[in-house]
Design a binder for this molecule. Sequence first.
Ligand code: BES
Ligand code: MN
Ligand code: ZN
Length: 500
Amino acid sequence: MEFNVKSGHPEKQRTACIVVGVYEPRRLSDVARRIDEVSKGQLSAILRRGDLEGKAGQTLLLHNIKGTMADRVLLVGCGRERELGDNQYRQIIRKAIQTLHETGSMEAVCHLTELNVRGRDTAWRIRQAIEAAQSALYTFDQLKSQQEATRRPLRKIVFSVASRRELQMAEQASFEAQKIADGVKLAKDLANLPSNHCTPTFLADKAKSLCKLHDNLSCKILTEARMKDMGALLAVAKGSKEKPRFIVLEYNNNKKKDPIVLVGKGVTFDSGGISLKPSKDMDEMKYDMCGAASVFGTISAVAELQLPINVVGIIPAVENMPGSQAVKPGDIVTSLSGQTIEILNTDAEGRLILCDALTYAEQNYKPDVVIDIATLTGACVVALGKYPHGLMTNHNPLTNDLLAAGKFSGDRAWELPLWDDYQSDLDSPFADIANIGGREAGTITAACFLSRFTRKYNWAHLDIAGTAWTSGKKDKGATGRPVPLLTQYLINRCSDDSSS
Ligand code: BES
Ligand code: MN
Ligand code: ZN
């Protein structure tokens, strides 16, 4: 899909379709009013007849609108003007794009980017429009033997800004949006790929091919022989025939700054191991590598944007399976940090691979901050649902930066308390720490476990169990989150020099 920005009069656009907004109740937006004027009241006559109320997401496709140079005019309901906020804006854009795609306009000029969105400027509206458009048209059909082809697919869309003065800013926003959208798509594609295709070795090969695309991106792949001190990670890998891989991606584009390290959980399938999961919805555990996928997507976006920072991506990749070699409840292993762990539940495997990756970050880098991203706990889905990621950190400025990046990008996080009070839930009579707490506060006790391995640096943990994919038969699929949040955080880190 090709995106462009431009400014100009709506009636002068020579295009297959021009897209304009109508507020509820039956009120033309500024651009729609202009078209109404040149067409001598055609739009207002149609509204008076009651064809479109203007509710958010309603659409009406019109032909033969006089005075314009467009083949069609698409009216899109925008809801009440003073209620137009972030979510409603994205919904309107998504609906417009889907309608264009299904009604034969192969290109279009969209004026919805000129709407007033509460508290948002032109750059934000362009950014969000492009990201929403790209994701509205996403499909994952590479494993179908025959792809369904849309007869006249939408190929190119021009987003309009009100004045020439805004063009330069809009072009920068458009550039950023496309790179972020590509990162989201990469994350979705990797995550949607099932576990017989997407194995730890496959992820390692992906890392290698990503590095070939960028001069300042390199990678190291550690195989079992070089992972022998990572007792916690290896314990998880033992039950599977698939070999584990420890993937390290390094993006270097700044001689002075310490790296920001992203650690992504890469369990390519989580059966639970000997603590086997119930079979209902178990297929969704192919998504247990969404943290890893988001690290790929973010690093790819950062490299495309050529941000002047250093970023390290660390991905412990394993498959969690039962088998005669598998780790068993009660087994005690020694982690890379030297701390011993009593594995009471083999289904709490994410924290076992992450703890060794977090220690690896400490031993091999001087991280400015470390952020781990993981589909870590079902409890997070219960606590927060599918809208925000769960956020826990040991450093307040980092909390604020991530929450802000989430709000701006529309990829929001919500903080949960990482208080010491919860730590004793992890006491073990036989080892330094147990890998599960009690029934309560499962998301927080999982983060408490990780916190035992992150004392030496500023650290944040994003639990994306509820946000990384959507369930259900029809709209099932990876969301590509939190690529927008992470990329925004990194973009912000380029402009301020505070180290948080
Ligand atoms: N990958 C799962 C968490 C998960 C479950 C994410 C369902 C999304 C949907 C993780 O490895 C896991 O199994 N966690 C256990 C932890 C428990 C054994 C303490 C869980 O949440 O049940
Ligand atoms: Mn598990
Ligand atoms: Zn898991």
